[in-house]
Write a protein that binds this ligand. Sequence first.
Ligand code: GZL
Length: 346
Amino acid sequence: MKKTANMATLLLLLVTFLVACRSSAVSEPSDSSQVEKKTITVGFSQLGAESDWRGANTESMLSALSSENGYTLIYKNGQQKQANQVTALRMFIQQEVDYIVLAPETETGWDFVLREAQEAKIPVIIVDRRVDVADDSLYTCWVGSDFALEGRKMASWINSYMMQKKVDGKDVHIVHIQGTEGSTAQIGRTKGLEEGVQMYGWDLVAQESGDFTEVRGREVMASFLREHDNINVVYCENDNMAIGAIEAIEASGKKVGSDIANGEIMVVSFDGINEKAMNYLKEGKISCIAECNPLHGPRVQGLIETLERGEVPEKLNYVSETLLSSVPEIKIVVVNSIGYDVEIVK
Ligand code: GZL
């Protein structure tokens, strides 16, 4: 009996051992959740690092297209030179990335390299500024701001303010510090102002590019002050240039603010990212900022995921934005018969 019991125990041990070996030797059929998800390789050509807006935009893109989110990102900073961006795109094509994301410095000069990407069957997503190409099939889609609307809203705000203060259009003497010439942000914001000058009869005293940087904004404003003594409004196409302009105005002994009847110089701007500019807004040194949202990373990620599912995204994807102001009386502006709320910043 005992012998039989020993044999049974041995047999049981042997069977257990064999089952254990089999389960470790045979790879379990992995279900789809265990399958290593393929990472998506993205080549991102950023135009530069000229402003706080650009820094926030880059940060948003890098954190969205991260390895944790399933991406391999190849990031190239163009240092404000289109030639560097074209070189970067050609490198991405050679590396056979899955997607190219381009934040173009200026609108023209992209047809050839985008044609090369198309021939390599690499979808191109344009972010922030636009590209002006003969054939818009050269890029898959775009996400960014309506820059002309930003400018039109700002011009409408300036007009509302002047009407409220009973300042005649011909007594509004505006200097215009423009962004990088040929960039969509500069083209659109300039369009908004120039339409306002025509519509409201303002005196456009001077216009010059400050290239979206604080240093150039200060230099351009200083030169305007040397040449003109009747300036009462400064239209800056981004916050960094507005900060430089304010430094130049205060260095000249003049005061910035909305009390133009008593000699203050009104400053208006775009972006709403820079902390110093936002503090100037609260203090009334900047009277109005047109928000320009830089957080395109999650939006680009969403567009890539749409394409990965084999779906077709919208060609043009506009982000919604508002006006920010410390002047409590103006709560809404009208552009082409559409009303836009103004966010009053305390
Ligand atoms: C706007 C962007 C502009 C910002 C500037 O979307 O292209 O470029 O307004 C930045 O601050 O330099």
